[in-house]
Design a protein around this ligand. Sequence first.
Ligand SMILES: [Zn+2]
Length: 393
Amino acid sequence: MSNINTKKLHNKVVFERCIGRKKGVKTYPSIIIFGGIHGNEQAGIHGLKKVIQNIDNENVKLNGNFYAIAGNLNALHKNIRFEVADLNRIWTDDHVNIINGSNKDLNPEEKEQSEIYHIIKEILATDKGPFYFIDLHTTSSETIPFITISDSLNNRRFARNFSIPVVLGIEEYLDGPLLTYINEYGHISLGFEAGQHNNPESIINCEAFIWQSLVTSGCIDKKEIKNYERYQQILISHSKHNGFYEIDFHYFLQDTEEFKMINGFNNFDNIQMQQVLALSNNIEVKANMNGQIFMPLYQKQGRDGFFIITRISRIWLQISAITRKLKLHHLLRLLPGIKQDPIYKYALIVNPRTAKFLTTKIFHLFGYRKKVVRDDKLHFIKRDRKVIEFNHD
Ligand SMILES: [Zn+2]
């Protein structure tokens, strides 16, 4: 990877895969930060550029390695979310096998995915870790900054250092996000949503978050960073909804559905049962529960209409941490209707009747997330796992 930043050409910004790469004196940890996995979400790219420039200008000393990587270059140039396929929905084993194995013509996003895959693979093969992966995004609605993670204890521990809301388990509702794929290999991986796509504050929030991630991971000592407290303060100013949240409801758009969110919803706004949230083919869509609105869709591309979330109690977090540390999840397999997947050791295969009886929340408590329904059975995948080798060839 070269050290070339984005540059102006014919008054247009040219995006390049490697925004920056900084080597540390100690060689560990390694922190890999992506921006622009969605091409219309450019705040992350600008935030990464600013931090890299600042490291150069101020001669900031790093302990570990820092990689700043641009996501969907083609879509970034066109300022669109994606061209053919959402680059943050194609990170499944099946798909990665396709980009690695077949000779078929790859679509624009598959080409991007292939390049990113090989960069990740090279970093994991070269550096010794621990590895921290961060993916910077923005949203179509106004929002305070927040974090999304798969609910593993190592992700929780890292996310807790930032004074902003943390939303658990979004992967249960989305297929193939990049970070869920990386998480499967046991590495800490954390999504950051910085604010609304075009709000200049989103860039500032990204910058603050990148600096704090570099410090929290141990990649940079905070005394190396001029005005570090100012960056901390930026995120603290958004700490009103601080805490952990669970997704309770997902409104997914059908193929031909005409969907329009009612104007004026901001992320984390309280909503009441029966409140009208959107119009679907001109028919009112009402909330089916009390909670907080999450990621309401105010753009044309994308099929996630909105989510409803609720805050997770501190006691639930503590109990679930204890049950996992004691490895009590083994007890789940003793129950009728639940068996260990013979091939994939992190998966439980569950009879839907048992799942109904136990409720999904019990599986969440033990660190499992619902994944796919196959042959009439539910599959629950364990989020906590040891680091395993990243190898798909
Ligand atoms: Zn995004």
